[in-house]
Design a protein around this ligand. Structure first.
Ligand code: PHE
Length: 353
């Protein structure tokens, strides 16, 4: 029976050796089956117990059991060791991850089309001697309407679907014209400035309407200001604006023509609509709806009531004002056909600019 002692010793050695050289869970499992599986080497040896004599049983039963326990234990330890190593390797891998090694070429930042067109407009007007003005987006009834010669119950209020706020007489400005009055009250004469900003109207949103859009207001007040000053300013501005557009190459925009039609706004008298010759075609296209004219630039001479509201004597001073839709201008200039793109945040739209 020394034979059995010998076998136990050998099995221990063999198992320890095989475990030592293995380093993954699958191999460990194979080793376990080889030794402790249903027909494993150790299991086989154990199953011989039933053939032992009583003396032999006494001598070897506990040794065999000890062999089984020992084997189970070292397999378990090895398995845990491998799991631990794996976890450590994961942590190490994380620690050495270099975030700066990922440098996507495409995702470089650039200016939103609004920012681009705002800069362009500002540059053109600054070069003509205008200052940059600013005004609040939350306005009072007074600045948005009353001071602009639109008293309560005036039908012209219907032109502006207004977002009224919970606070009495407070609203989101429906146009940038209130800035005219702020400027009159706060700036010394003569005044020449533009104010670019957001405006809000309670409109159903579709391809050409949004409840929020951008306007550029212009105001000039001095002695002897006439409509001619307004026309010259508008013409020069539009020429420079569309001269720079890549889409207008087939038209000589250097002498882009304008035409004047009467238009009604309570805060100007007379009021005008300035159209420009369509910069995209010669004989009509979808942009100008085949008319070759594009409606773009409302304005007029500031109404005496508005000058008075701003604390300016209309007998001594006169002025012109205009207020064009910057969103519309950007759509025209860049050929954007849906107003909703501006705030859609879609990269495949924004990356074109
Ligand atoms: N504020 C007017 C609008 O939004 C536009 C305008 C401004 C007209 C200045 C004339 C003079 O409709």
């Amino acid at each position: 029976m020394a034979n059995i002692s010998e076998q136990i010793k050998k099995l221990k050695e063999q198992l320890t050796k095989e475990l030592k050289t293995s380093n993954n869970s699958l191999v460990i499992e194979k080793i376990r089956v080889k030794f402790l599986g249903k027909t494993g080497l150790i299991t086989n040896l154990l199953s011989q117990i039933k053939n032992f004599t009583i003396e032999e049983k006494r001598e070897f039963a506990s040794k065999l059991n000890e062999l089984k326990k020992f084997s189970e234990q070292i397999i378990k330890e090895k398995r845990e060791k491998i799991l631990k190593q794996k976890a450590n390797a994961k942590i190490l891998k994380k620690q050495s991850f270099d975030v700066t090694s990922y440098l996507p070429e495409k995702l470089k930042g650039h200016k939103h089309p609004y920012s681009q067109i705002i800069e362009e407009i500002e540059n053109i007007f600054i070069s003509m001697g205008f200052d940059l003005f600013d005004g609040p987006e939350v306005e009072t009834d007074y600045y948005n309407f009353a001071a602009l010669n639109i008293p309560e119950n005036h039908p012209a209020r219907d032109m502006y679907d207004t977002f009224w706020l919970n606070k009495k007489n407070t609203l989101l400005r429906t146009h940038t014209s209130p800035v005219q009055v702020h400027a009159m009250k706060n700036k010394p004469l003569p005044i020449a400035g533009i104010a670019i900003g957001r405006t809000f109207r309670h409109e159903a949103v579709d391809a050409s309407h949004d409840f929020m859009f951008m306007q550029c207001e212009g105001v000039v007040i001095d002695k002897n200001i006439t409509l001619s000053h307004l026309f010259a300013t508008a013409k020069k501005f539009l020429q420079v604006m569309f001269e720079k557009s890549e889409k207008t190459s087939n038209v000589n925009v250097k002498d882009l023509d304008i035409r004047i039609r009467p238009g009604f706004f309570p805060f100007v008298e007379p009021g005008v609509e300035i159209d420009m010759r369509c910069p995209f075609c010669k004989n009509g296209c979808s942009v100008c709806k085949n008319s070759t004219w594009v409606e773009i630039f409302p304005g007029g001479l500031i109404h005496p009531n508005v000058l008075r509201a701003g604390g300016i004597d209309p007998e001594k001073y006169s002025g012109f004002a205009f207020g064009f839709g910057l969103t519309r201008l950007a759509m025209l200039k860049y050929g954007i056909n849906d107003i909703r793109h501006f705030y859609g945040g879609k990269l495949n739209f924004l990356e074109q600019f």
